[in-house]
Design a protein around this ligand. Structure first.
Ligand code: SF4
Ligand code: SF4
Length: 382
C-alpha cells in the first residue's frame, strides 16, 4: 500500500504538556494503532547528535521522546530508544549521550528500554543512486516499526536537518566519517542521505519543532521558538513542509530538492491542521555556510575548483573558547586537524568542509567563517 504523504501540523507551546499535541498530530494521520500493532518491536530514533542539554535545542527533547514512547506502548509495542551519535559507537558513549540529553530519565519514566547493543551489519541498497551498500545499526534492522523523531534545525553542511538527515544516525560511529570523506561534495552527500532514508523507510516521523535551532546548527546555533509538532508517514513530505516553515525554498536544501526530483514527495503534500502560509518564519537565520556564492552567480560548481575553494565558508577555531579537548581532531574525516600546543590547527588543503568539527565541538569553539571576498561579494549581490 502506498504510504500517505499527508503532514499534520499542531501548535505546541510547551514541552511539559506535549503529549496531547503529539497524540493529536498522530491522530490526524489515523492514530498510533495505524502504525504500531500489538507485539511490534518499535525503535524510536531521536536526534541525539552529541551530549547536549535539552535546553540547548540541539537534540530531540526528552518530553517528546517520552510522549511518543507512551503512545507506542499504549498501542502494544515493545519500545526501544536507539541512536548512533557522532563519535565512536560504544556503550560508554551511548551512556554519556543518553544521560546528557535526558534520555535515561525519559526512558525510565515512560517504561521503555535504551539500546546499548552496538552491533551493526552491512546492508545492500540495490536501488541507491549514490550508495549501493552501507553499515546500519542492528536495532534498526531488527525493528518492525521505526519512529524517527527529528529536530527542526539548520545545519552547516546540509543547510537544514530534519527527518531525512536524522537517519544518518543509524550509521554506526566511524562509518559516518568514512561517508563524509568519500562523499565530500554536498549534493552527493545529500543523495546518500536520500538513499539511506529510502532504505530505512521510517514508519512514522514526528518532528520536535517546539524549540528549534537557527544559525550555525546543528549544535552551534541559537535556540528559536517555533511552537510546533509535525508528523508524517512520509519523511520527505515532512522535510519539504518543515524546511519551508523556516524559510527555505526547496531548491536550497539538497535532500528536499533531490526527493522532489526522485518523486518521493508530492510538491504540495496534503497539510492537516495549521496553515503553513501563516507559520513561515521569514527571518529564521541560516548557517554562515548556506549562501553559496557560485550558485548566486549561476556558475556551474565545476567552473573553477580553486575559486570555489577560495570562496567557501570554512571552520575556524575561536581560541578564547577552545579548551583543547581534541574532539575536533578525533572526528575530522580526512584528518585535517592536528593539535599544536593544546589547540587545533586546520590544514586547509585537506579540509573537505563537512563541519563535523563544528558539530561535535562541545564548547562551540569551532566557528564557521566566510572569507572576506565571499562576504564582500555577497553584500553586493544581495
Ligand atoms: S573540539 Fe572544540 S574545544 Fe575541543 S579542541 Fe576542538 S575546537 Fe577546541
Ligand atoms: S576540519 Fe572540520 S570541516 Fe574540515 S574536514 Fe575536518 S571536520 Fe570537516
Amino acid at each position: 500500500m502506498e504510504k500517505s504523504s499527508s503532514v499534520s501540523i499542531v501548535k505546541c507551546e510547551r514541552y511539559s504538556d506535549c503529549f496531547k499535541y503529539v497524540k493529536e498530530a498522530v491522530d490526524m494521520l489515523g492514530g498510533i494503532e495505524k502504525f504500531v500493532k500489538k507485539g511490534d518491536r518499535v525503535v524510536i530514533k531521536p536526534n541525539l547528535v552529541s551530549r547536549k542539554d535539552p535546553d540547548e535545542a540541539a537534540t530531540t527533547h526528552p518530553e517528546i521522546v517520552k510522549a511518543v514512547s507512551r503512545l507506542a506502548l499504549d498501542a502494544g509495542g515493545i519500545v526501544t530508544i536507539a541512536e548512533s551519535p557522532g563519535g565512536p559507537y560504544s556503550a560508554a558513549m551511548l551512556k554519556s549521550v543518553y544521560s546528557g540529553c535526558g534520555m535515561d530519565k525519559a526512558a525510565e519514566e515512560a517504561g521503555v528500554t535504551l539500546n546499548y547493543d552496538t552491533s551493526f551489519s552491512d546492508v545492500q541498497l540495490p536501488n541507491g543512486v549514490t550508495v549501493k551498500s552501507l553499515a546500519v545499526i542492528d536495532p534498526i534492522l531488527n525493528a518492525d516499526v521505526i519512529i524517527s523523531l527529528p529536530k527542526l534545525k539548520t545545519h552547516a553542511m546540509t543547510s537544514y536537518t530534519g527527518a531525512v538527515k536524522n537517519l544518518f544516525g543509524v550509521v554506526p560511529g566511524t562509518h559516518k566519517a568514512e561517508l563524509h570523506f568519500r562523499l565530500n561534495e554536498r549534493a552527493a552527500f545529500c543523495s546518500m542521505l536520500v538513499d539511506l532514508c529510502e532504505f530505512v523507510k521510517p514508519t512514522l516521523s514526528i518532528m520536535d519543532g517546539v524549540w528549534g535551532m537557527e544559525g550555525n546548527g546543528p549544535t552551534a546555533g541559537h535556540n528559536r521558538y517555533i511552537g510546533l509538532v509535525m508528523a508524517s508517514a512520509n519523511p520527505f513530505a515532512l522535510d519539504l513542509t518543515a524546511s519551508r516553515i523556516i524559510g527555505y525554498e526547496p531548491c536550497e536544501v539538497d535532500t528536499v530538492k533531490q526527493s522532489l526530483e526522485r518523486g518521493l514527495t508530492p510538491p504540495e503534500p496534503e497539510i492537516l491542521g495549521e496553515d503553513v502560509e501563516k507559520l513561515i518564519i521569514k527571518d529564521f537565520a541560516k548557517p554562515e555556510s548556506h549562501f553559496n556564492l557560485l550558485q548566486l552567480l549561476s556558475l556551474p560548481p565545476s567552473f573553477n575548483a580553486a575559486v570555489t575553494n577560495a570562496l567557501a565558508s570554512r571552520p575556524s577555531v575561536n581560541a578564547d573558547i577552545c579548551v583543547g579537548c581534541g574532539e575536533c581532531m578525533r572526528c575530522c574525516p580526512p584528518k585535517a586537524i592536528t593539535m599544536k600546543n593544546g589547540r587545533p590547527e586546520i590544514d586547509r588543503s585537506k579540509c573537505i568542509k563537512c563541519f563535523c568539527c563544528q558539530e561535535l565541538c562541545p564548547k562551540k569553539a569551532m566557528e564557521i567563517k566566510r572569507p572576506l571576498l565571499n562576504r564582500l561579494m555577497l553584500k553586493i549581490l544581495k
